[in-house]
Write a protein that binds this ligand. Structure first.
Ligand SMILES: NC(=O)c1ccc[n+]([C@@H]2O[C@H](COP(=O)([O-])OP(=O)(O)OC[C@H]3O[C@@H](n4cnc5c(N)ncnc54)[C@H](OP(=O)(O)O)[C@@H]3O)[C@@H](O)[C@H]2O)c1
Length: 339
């Protein structure tokens, strides 16, 4: 008999109201996978993009989804079963993960549910001092910041450019993080600080106190001051907002500096960057349990903190997506599955 669970599923693409909290079959782990009882789910921009059918992409890139599908990629929870006992995880272990990204980017990682089956190599032990909500907020944002700034960690083809992404030295350098209040941004600020960079955070004023508290050396409220006019000679800009607007940062970089657009669609400044002697590079985040374990050491002793924008019960995922649509996210939006 099929065992059932509660999950959030999509039966069609659309606005937040297409998210349905209902019963679904519990996943059965394949060899090499671990069944996790999910305690919290972290939400990320691909959650809204997928719910909406990736409408911003050209039609030929849009998903042909097999409905119903379970969205979500970031989880924190407790190991429920390790069917083939191949791995270092045991039932009862607290774990967190970015589940099957990017291979399920067009069909959902299955995280918005009471149970998810996760390839063992994508799991990391959850730091004991972190709540499940904080841990669930970390994986995609933290691995993105890590793979851009610290170590890319894989040699899979980069779907966003013809050459592999490579981080640049941070120690003693001036690093600008645009979109610093968001999921990727607030973790990137902290990674750059820990690596010895002078960090300039750009965000709206509502995030200033939190970013200064995390240690940002300088804060620019982009709603009051144009960062492109205020800055000169910096070594690296990590632009988590991205899009066509990234090219305005070319003017703030020194010759030999680098611009990393985290959302590179629409960027059209390659020729100008070449003229100015600036490297432009991007990549796509990938699940990686070993890397998440290394980053977890910084979470465990408080050198990295995950800030929570808001939490909602799994059954109220539609409200969480409506919150995301209002923008101005500070840290992470998280769904709680076990109270
Ligand atoms: N390449 C990859 O593999 C990868 C991985 C993860 C995410 N991403 C992409 O990276 C982007 C950021 O992701 P995220 O998870 O950090 O999103 P997020 O949590 O929604 O954060 C976005 C932040 O940007 C700020 N912002 C909006 N407009 C801004 C502007 N004009 N200037 C400065 N800040 C602005 C927002 O707050 P305020 O406006 O209040 O400051 C918010 O804090 C998304 O487009 C996502 O798709 C790419």
């Amino acid at each position: 008999m099929t065992e059932m669970m509660n999950a959030v599923r999509l039966h069609r693409f659309g606005g937040p109201d297409v998210l349905r909290h209902e019963e679904a079959p519990r996943p059965v782990p394949a060899p090499g996978e671990v069944l996790v009882r999910v305690h919290a789910v972290g939400l990320n921009p691909p959650d809204w993009y997928l719910r909406d059918g990736y409408r911003a992409l050209p039609p030929e890139w849009q998903p042909r989804a097999a409905f119903p599908l379970i969205p979500g990629w970031d989880i924190s929870g407790v190991v429920a079963a390790t069917p083939d006992q191949v791995h270092e995880f045991r039932p009862g272990d607290e774990v967190f993960a970015l589940v099957r990204f990017p291979e399920t980017v067009m069909q959902g990682g299955g995280a918005c549910a009471e149970y998810v089956s996760v390839p063992a190599g994508q799991l990391a032990a959850k730091p004991a001092g972190l709540s499940h909500a904080e841990a669930a907020g970390a994986p995609m944002s933290l691995l993105t910041a890590w793979q851009f700034l610290i170590e890319t960690g894989h040699d899979a083809p980069n779907p966003l450019q013809s050459f592999p992404h490579a981080p640049v030295p941070l120690e003693g350098r001036t690093v600008v993080v645009n979109g610093a209040g968001g999921g990727v941004g607030h973790l990137a600020v902290q990674l750059a600080l820990r690596a010895g960079a002078e960090v300039i955070a750009i965000a709206s004023a509502r995030h200033e106190a939190a970013l200064r508290d995390l240690g940002a050396h300088r804060f620019i409220d982009y709603t009051r001051e144009d960062p492109a006019a205020a800055l000169r000679g910096v070594d690296l800009v990590l632009d988590t907002v991205g899009g066509a607007g990234s090219s305005r940062f070319l003017g703030v970089l020194r010759r030999g500096g680098a611009l990393f657009p985290v959302f590179p669609m629409g960027f059209a400044g390659h020729a100008e960057a070449e003229e100015l002697g600036i490297t432009v590079s991007t990549t796509q985040v990938r699940s990686d349990g070993a890397q998440l374990s290394r980053a977890a050491e910084l979470l465990a002793d408080g050198r990295l903190r995950v800030l929570i924008d808001s939490t909602y019960p799994l059954a109220e995922a539609a409200r969480a997506h409506a919150r995301a649509e209002r923008g101005g996210i500070g840290g992470k939006i998280v769904l709680t599955v076990v109270q």
